[in-house]
Design a protein around this ligand. Structure first.
Ligand SMILES: Cc1ncc(C[n+]2csc(CCOP(=O)(O)OP(=O)(O)O)c2C)c(N)n1
Length: 345
């Protein structure tokens, strides 16, 4: 019986072109995201991190989908919950905590944005702003640029279910559908927009159903199944790269913590509901899958966690001791520099 499962699961990743090393690298990225999340909440409670945005619960769908992109060529357009998308794109734990502490060398904004407003020109992570769904027309525009220039890059754009109620979301998807743009839309559907449940966001059952209104395919994926997320993403990215236009991928998932460190989720969801969702944690499900493949055992899981935890602790320390932005740089990138205004004073 166990062998049969092993064979079935083995062929699953091999048929997707993933090696055992790929699976272990994906697992380590997920664990890294979880440990960064635990650390940032500890720092918040210690008064060292004023505001943090949790990723826990979303690691599987983020790593699974982002793994399908070509670094250095494609563009990542994440939203605030996408720490694991950004770690997959190449951001490091050090970068995460430089942002959490608002330090000078924070790659996202040099400490000027709120934490979790991810960005890195070098890694192809496009900056976003706080109003929900504003990254969606940006992603459509970037995909239009790829198409206009005759380049074969693909844009991946991630957002929550709440974002799909915004005008920007509909405008971006509509434009992408009309021009058959090389973009993949990922909805991380965790059933809530802060306290607002899905039933108050839309009158249809699935976000993916909305894709038909824009003339492209919508698919629903079990978001805690990492390889299912990878498979759907791989297909959609390949299709976009080959001129087949956009896809809307809905990832059914759940966030384990409150919306942010400033939210109290006990006011809108029961503890039983949260505990039930944790039993479907992508980290546990993926570790079980890797155990069946003979790639992991309990001892190795513990060793990976201990090793990555030590790395996270060291990076927190280094980021905490890193230089702050110089006060005189406070208005940099807020107003045009005199030279940018054609020498006007
Ligand atoms: C235009 C706009 N309206 C409201 C807010 C306040 N706000 C911040 S996050 C959020 C919830 C978004 O939920 P969702 O898109 O489902 O993502 P999730 O946080 O659940 O991952 C809201 C309403 C905002 N930032 N921008």
């Amino acid at each position: 019986m166990a062998t049969r499962v092993r064979e079935q699961t083995g062929s699953r990743h091999e048929s997707l072109g993933l090696s055992g090393d790929d699976l272990l690298a994906m697992y380590r990225t997920m664990v890294m995201a979880r440990l960064c999340d635990e650390a940032q909440f500890r720092l918040n409670r210690q008064g060292k991190a004023p505001f943090v945005v949790p990723v826990s619960g979303h690691e599987g769908c983020q790593v699974g989908t982002a793994w399908a992109y070509q670094k250095g060529k494609d563009l990542f357009v994440p939203y605030y919950r996408d720490m694991a998308v950004c770690l997959t794109a190449g951001l490091t734990a050090r970068d995460v905590f430089l942002g959490v502490f608002g330090k000078r060398d924070d790659p996202s904004s040099g400490g000027r944005q709120m934490p979790a407003h991810w960005s890195s020109r070098a890694l192809g992570i496009m900056t976003g702003s706080s109003p929900i769904a504003t990254q969606v027309p940006h992603a459509a525009g970037a995909a239009y640029a790829f198409q206009y220039r005759g380049e074969d890059g693909v844009v991946g754009c991630w957002f929550g279910d709440g974002a799909t109620s915004e005008g920007d979301w509909h405008e971006g998807l509509n434009f992408a559908g009309i021009h058959k743009l090389p973009v993949v839309w990922y909805c991380e559907n965790n059933k809530y927009a802060i306290s607002v449940p899905l039933s108050k966001q839309m009158a249809v059952k699935n976000v993916a159903e909305r894709a038909s209104a824009y003339g492209f395919e919508g698919v629903i994926v079990e978001g805690n199944d990492v390889l299912a997320c990878y498979e759907a993403s791989r297909r959609a990215v390949d299709k976009a790269r080959n001129g087949g236009g956009p896809t809307l991928v809905e990832l059914k998932t759940y966030r384990f913590h409150p919306h942010t460190s400033d939210d109290d989720d006990r006011t809108y969801r029961s503890r039983e509901e949260v505990e039930e969702a944790k039993r479907n944690d992508s980290l546990i499900l993926f570790a079980d899958e890797l155990k069946r493949l003979g790639l992991l055992d309990d001892e190795r899981i513990e060793r990976i966690r201990t090793e990555l935890k030590a790395e996270v602790d060291a990076e927190v320390e280094a980021a905490w001791n890193a230089p702050d932005p110089p006060p005189e740089s406070g208005l940099l990138h807020v107003f045009a520099e005199p030279a940018e205004r054609g020498g006007e004073q």
